[in-house]
Design a protein around this ligand. Structure first.
Ligand code: ZN
Length: 301
């Protein structure tokens, strides 16, 4: 009996004491943050992404499988700015994991490290209720990715001091490659400056601000409200008077409204990957922006 108890005690110890080199378990709310963690930490992290580029990140079901993933996570990386307000709070409370609660070192909100756009001066729910703290889709501007990368490098080093040097050198190398890529994307995208664009949801606002695209309308009457026949009729009328050059929808949007407007106005409709994994070419963060720029350039030729 004693021997059995000893054995149980020993195996419990083995199971709970992590070897020093164990990978940090990262729970990413969106694929772009999972991809960034992989860039910065390589095999020092194991990454689970709660959502894909084919899902609307505002509306995710807090499934038991997600709760289980949060329960075992060492680091939770989410966008914040209320993007996940409909599902993340439930995952956090149900997980019972103190290490990744708001305010703990294992809780990281990317939007805290960048200036936000479309922050309302007064909270007015009649303008829609899914962007109340400003536009949360910060990942569509690569300069924001760079800011988040710096903050995330620090956080990884704090959580796993033994590997801090690895994170710092990988972070530095990533930022050098990233700045070079930003320069290239900006040169390639120069013809997009001032181009009028209609988007389905205000999902690419930061991309538009970065490249100087001019948003002249959205298919949703207000953020989070699906396109209505009367709003689309108004847009058809507006496009006949002052046409946009391109209509964009994301990899998770229903393309019907974009196709409807395109058919009536002869303005091309183009799908943009919403994030990493949203198209064949968007396999990582570099491929994501390569593809965004290429698709936009292809549509306004
Ligand atoms: Zn949104």
């Amino acid at each position: 009996m004693k021997a059995i108890l000893k054995f149980i005690a020993a195996s419990t110890l083995v199971a709970t004491a992590l070897p020093a080199s164990a990978a940090l378990k990262v729970f990413a709310c969106e694929p772009e943050w999972g991809a960034l963690a992989r860039e910065l930490a390589g095999d020092k992290v194991s990454v689970y992404s709660a959502t894909t580029a084919m899902q609307d990140p505002h509306h995710i079901e807090a499934r038991p499988s997600l709760i289980a993933r949060v329960r075992s996570a060492d680091l939770l990386i989410c966008t914040g700015a209320e993007l996940e307000i409909g599902w993340l709070p439930l995952l956090l409370t149900q997980s019972g994991n103190a290490n990744i609660q708001q305010g703990a070192p294992g809780y990281f909100e990317a939007s805290q490290y960048v200036p936000k756009l479309e922050v309302p001066k007064v909270l007015d729910r009649s303008l829609g209720d899914i962007h109340p703290g400003g536009n949360p889709h910060i990942h569509t501007d690569p300069r924001n990715i760079a800011k988040v990368a710096q903050a995330l490098t620090d956080r990884l080093a704090q959580l796993d001091p033994a590997d801090a040097e690895t994170f710092r050198s990988r972070g530095k190398a990533f930022l050098e490659r990233w700045q070079t890529a930003i320069g290239r994307w900006e040169r390639e995208a120069a013809p997009l400056r001032g181009v009028p664009i209609v988007e389905h949801h205000k999902g690419f606002t930061y991309l538009e601000a970065w490249l100087g695209l001019k948003e002249v309308g959205t298919l949703e009457p207000i953020p989070g409200i699906p396109p209505t026949p009367s709003h689309l009729a108004q847009l058809v009328d507006q496009m006949q008077r002052a046409p946009a050059k391109v209509i964009v929808y994301s990899s998770y949007d229903d393309p019907k409204a974009a196709e409807f407007l395109s058919a009536r106005t002869k303005i091309p409709a183009v799908m943009l990957p919403f994030t990493v994994g949203g198209s064949d070419k968007a396999r990582d963060l570099f491929g994501y922006f390569d593809d965004l720029v290429a698709r936009l350039l292809g549509s306004v030729k």
